[in-house]
Design a protein around this ligand. Structure first.
Ligand code: AMP
Ligand code: MG
Length: 306
């Protein structure tokens, strides 16, 4: 399977088509954020509910501030973590560049400057914001390899870029900076501690603002997922964490490294699912640092979050 060129991807975006775009978090299904028809095609291909808004991907903070209104804290966060796996939700400034459908009609917009070299090159050459939700069909585990992305939504894409395996492997941290408040809407690769070091305390109670996309059953493979498991039950595959736990081929990290576990998470879930086990068991993952994002995805894959 060979991927297309950056130039081809830009041409497809200009003509209102969809592109499989590698980012450092997960593979995205990308379109011109200002083209309502193209954005509608993303919702259609993913089977994504229309109340769940998309993230606008930009080159840098300068372009971000053409579509969103940043206060001091938003600026400091962008400065500290971009390009990288942090999404900022801020009041919308340009309602055309990121169309209503992409924002699910909200008067705020989610924006991020991704770190992957190919994503950056394509967005810079295209010159306008690009929406790029994960390239999976809605509710399924996100693709973190080119092959998985093509398998999920390749049917809908007129170009597909191979950017190798995603280095981070879980979706971006989403932080809202609205009405002078700072809230963590979704844990991700940039940790709670890192956010607070740069921008001060997050609102207690977590989701201080509406985050329409946090569905209960999400990131789920076909097989039922059982978390905090000591060992596999008959018919289950165990995704281990740490030395000597389960089959090494399915380990999230043999050394107990959270970064490695995040990078492996969706890949292993998909790999295990292909074996059609009666269930997928997952070792306990510490909640500290990146563990918060991993456990968030696992709880949703197990259907535990209401
Ligand atoms: P995804 O594209 O699937 O990685 O998800 C984007 C995430 O950002 C979802 O959880 C959305 O609900 C959230 N999001 C996007 N735009 C907004 C917004 N304006 N306000 C709150 N959450 C948002
Ligand atoms: Mg997604």
């Amino acid at each position: 399977m060979n991927g297309d060129s950056d130039a081809k991807a830009v041409e497809v975006l200009r003509s209102g088509g969809l592109v499989i775009l590698p980012t450092e978090t997960v593979y995205g299904l990308a379109a011109d954020a200002g083209n309502a028809q193209a954005v509608a095609a993303i919702f259609e291909a993913k089977g994504r509910p229309r109340f769940n808004p998309l993230i606008a991907h930009v080159s840098d903070a300068v372009q971000a501030e053409t579509i969103a209104v940043f206060d001091d804290r938003a600026r400091r966060l962008a400065e500290a973590f971009w390009p990288g796996p942090l999404t900022l939700v801020a009041p919308v400034r340009d309602r055309e560049a990121v169309c209503d459908l992409a924002r699910a009609g909200l008067d705020s917009v989610a924006v991020r400057a991704p770190g992957h070299a190919r994503a950056r090159a394509v967005i810079a050459a295209f010159g306008r914001p690009v929406v790029a939700p994960s390239a999976n069909r809605s509710g399924r585990p996100s693709p973190t390899t080119f092959a998985d992305a093509v398998e999920e939504t390749g049917f809908a894409a007129a170009a597909a870029l191979d950017g190798g395996d995603c280095a981070v492997g879980v979706e971006s941290t989403v932080v809202s900076v609205l009405d002078g408040r700072l809230a963590l809407l979704r844990p991700g690769a940039v940790t709670r501690e890192e956010i607070e070091t740069v921008a001060g305390p997050l609102d207690a109670g977590g989701e201080g603002h509406r985050s329409p996309g946090r569905l209960a059953l999400h990131y789920a493979p076909d097989a039922p997922v059982r978390i905090e498991a000591d060992q596999a039950r008959p018919g289950e595959i165990l995704l281990g964490f740490g030395p000597g736990v389960g089959d090494p081929a399915f380990s999230l990290s043999l050394t107990g490294d959270l970064r490695e576990a995040a990078a492996n998470l969706f890949r292993r879930l998909r790999q295990a699912d292909r074996m059609k086990p009666s269930g997928i068991a997952v070792s306990p993952i510490p909640q500290a640092g990146l563990g918060e994002a991993i456990n968030d995805r696992l709880r949703r894959a197990a259907g535990f979050v209401g």
